[in-house]
Design a protein around this ligand. Sequence first.
Ligand SMILES: Cc1cc2nc3c(=O)[nH]c(=O)nc-3n(C[C@H](O)[C@H](O)[C@H](O)COP(=O)(O)OP(=O)(O)OC[C@H]3O[C@@H](n4cnc5c(N)ncnc54)[C@H](O)[C@@H]3O)c2cc1C
Ligand code: FES
Ligand code: FES
Length: 455
Amino acid sequence: MVAVQFLLNGRPVSAPPVPLQTTLLDYLRGEGLTGAKDGCAEGECGACTVLLVAPHDSSSAYRAVNSCLMFLPMLAGHEIHTVEDLARDNKLCEVQQAMAAAGGSQCGYCTPGFVMNLFAEQYRPDRAGLCDPHQMGGNLCRCTGYRPIRDAALSLGPAPADAFQARLSRPSPRLLALRSAGFSRPESVEECVQILVEDPAAKLVAGGTDVGVESNQRGSRWAHLVSLEAIEELREFSENDDRVLIGAGLPFTDILRRWWNAPAAVAEWLLTFASPTVRNRATLGGNLGNASPIGDSAPLLLALDASLHLAGPAGRRTILLHEFFTGYRKTALNPAELITAIEIPKPIPALWRFFKVSKRRMDDISTVAASMALSFDEQRRITRARFAFGGVADRSLRVLSAEEIVIGQPWTKPTVEAAQSAIAGELKPMSDHRGSAAYRLAVAQSLVEKFWHEG
Ligand SMILES: Cc1cc2nc3c(=O)[nH]c(=O)nc-3n(C[C@H](O)[C@H](O)[C@H](O)COP(=O)(O)OP(=O)(O)OC[C@H]3O[C@@H](n4cnc5c(N)ncnc54)[C@H](O)[C@@H]3O)c2cc1C
Ligand code: FES
Ligand code: FES
């Protein structure tokens, strides 16, 4: 049981001690704030969306987050707004007015979630031009239809100069270290390692978008959660002539914002990764740390020869991502070790793409993901090749035989076919409800051809 203090709708609240994995959504609804709805409890529908005041350079931004995926203790020190707070002085906010005027709500179950995401978009500090309806990509509506909701988004102008706007000029709350029996939030990597040494069964949680689903849908329970959110080092991003360095705890939304000059493959990867609401919390460290064979980041980073910075009781070390996954959901992490950053070496190959094949185009997990990268000499012969896939084995991997066979060749149809044959010889995909082994293999091969056509 952990007691939690945070700012809720502008007022300090002190939540009574609750079981460790109580969600923010359950807490809010228990307090009578029933605007946030329970639709799926796994980050898929957006009905539970609330706003979190998050860091945005030296000031703040409202970030829409799934309250069903946040354990209440993680809220300590945070600042949260629910839909109940938006209408002030008996007047709906502009987003609510726009939704009503456009007929954007019928049964209303989904409406608070849409409103929260659109509110965050209207007040987004770096927004230029119209509100982007894609920011509501993590919100599902079963009865209104999306056209009126899109119309509402496009009808909005700049955010009004009100108290919500004024709040953004100040920094977001600084999260402080916490230590209690079931919940810890260290402020440094060294402190985190120490906690993991003292309690080897402790579970790391970054954005919680996997851990929350594991808790809500699979009933997993942990005696001790260690939140990485207060470790500034894990949220760093830097780029120089030799490399790009991304903090393991930097949410995907910030990666896209900070890596503003990134090659197109980065947007191909991030804009099909989950939904904007999930990306507001999800991190690279979590995506690689869970070692899912269908995680999207691993193929992308394998194609770039990325390496991971790790920290543990024996100190710091670096490991190639290619050597990180050791089996189904297994990694080379030693006990009490964590990922601190992801390093991408430069120069980034001339030709580099990311492809994702999933049942839905957006907001879905991959059936097969692929990232391919080629470098050429002056005669346009291949000097370096990377063919990396997810969803085709017990882990994300590179197909080394395909990489070798194309070296020294021009990037032509016969070279593509040679790579496809090597892939057929090396990959042994598994079958599951997302796709049979034969389908996955055929997709992997056809993506090489797509790379050739579109590259
Ligand atoms: C609706 C929805 C859609 C999704 N869509 C996609 C998708 O399109 N593509 C995709 O790849 N994933 C998807 N995911 C999965 C999830 O969002 C990602 O895996 C995400 O990157 C996890 O990051 P997190 O910070 O939330 O991790 P968490 O849930 O906090 O942690 C995940 C795991 O990693 C461990 N961990 C966290 N940080 C570290 C660290 N620094 N070092 C070592 N271990 C660590 C944790 O202990 C845990 O085991 C989706 C999830 C949801 C709910
Ligand atoms: S209840 Fe569906 S996303 Fe949270
Ligand atoms: S208004 Fe009914 S689900 Fe959207």
